[in-house]
Design a protein around this ligand. Structure first.
Ligand code: HPA
Length: 248
């Protein structure tokens, strides 16, 4: 049976339309998850919701226990994950409030526990990561966007930076030369770990600021919060529509 989870990022610590039936704390060999899992119904379908930064948004990107989160989701029978993320836009067509369904990732993070395959191995294991995001879920989200007449950016490369600081203008220039279209701090190792456990995982990113050096002024939290406030409604609509399509 296919079972879907939503991992909510900055600006999405809860989904008000999710009718929660129970909260489940899951212990893992890797420690605690960011929060208890909320089981509930959204768009007429049973889903699980996890607040990546904790319910009160207190866990910074480099301190998230990605392994516990992904292991626990898989352990309770989740097969598909939509990962919501706030990002900065580099590509000219990704201004604040634009939704992006990326199809590639470049990992610039460091010192994060980035694999399940590091201890007690029978064999050294290398997963294929040519296509980091699950195309089945990407297609569901793109179709849902089309149905809603939402103009989302199809594809693009997510540059995952370490944070928690934002980038320098020079770093953004380098990221752009590398081929990155958006920048976020939580996309990795989450995507890798999901793939290691065979989950179908795709990201729904909301641009909340122009990347450093690309806007008219320095980046402020006020500007980010405003873009989240104005843009997250569309993300929630997209998720609800995706869930409906997914259940078909
Ligand atoms: N850079 C990295 N992560 C982010 C940004 C950014 O500009 N905006 C939101 N998350």
């Amino acid at each position: 049976m296919q079972r879907l989870a939503i991992i909510g990022g900055t600006g999405l610590t809860s989904i008000s339309d999710l009718h929660i039936t129970n909260n489940q704390a899951v212990e893992t060999p890797y420690g605690s998850t960011s929060a208890a899992f909320s089981h509930g119904e959204l768009a007429g379908k049973e889903i699980v919701f996890l607040a990546r930064h904790g319910n009160n948004h207190t866990i910074p990107p480099h301190k998230i226990n990605y392994r516990a989160n992904i292991w626990a989701l898989q352990n309770i029978g989740i097969t598909h994950v939509i990962a919501v993320a706030a990002v900065g836009g580099i590509h000219l067509n990704i201004p604040p409030k634009k939704i992006v369904i990326p199809d590639q990732v470049i990992d610039y993070t460091y010192s994060r526990k980035q694999t399940f395959f590091d201890n007690d191995l029978e064999h050294v294991t290398h997963i294929d990561f040519t296509h980091p995001y699950c195309n089945d879920l990407r297609i569901v989200m793109l179709q849902a966007a089309k149905d809603l007449k939402l103009d989302v950016f199809d594809g693009g490369t997510y540059g995952a930076t370490q944070g928690p600081r934002l980038e320098t203008a020079a770093e953004v220039n380098r990221l752009e030369k590398d081929g990155c279209d958006i920048i976020g701090m939580t996309g990795m190792p989450e995507a890798t770990l999901a793939k290691e456990l065979g989950l179908c995982y795709a990201t729904c990113a909301l641009s909340v600021n122009w990347a450093a050096g690309r806007g008219e002024s320095e980046i402020t939290m006020v500007e980010i919060d405003q873009a989240i406030e104005e843009g997250m409604g569309a993300v929630k609509q997209l998720i609800a529509a995706s869930i409906k399509l997914f259940s078909k």
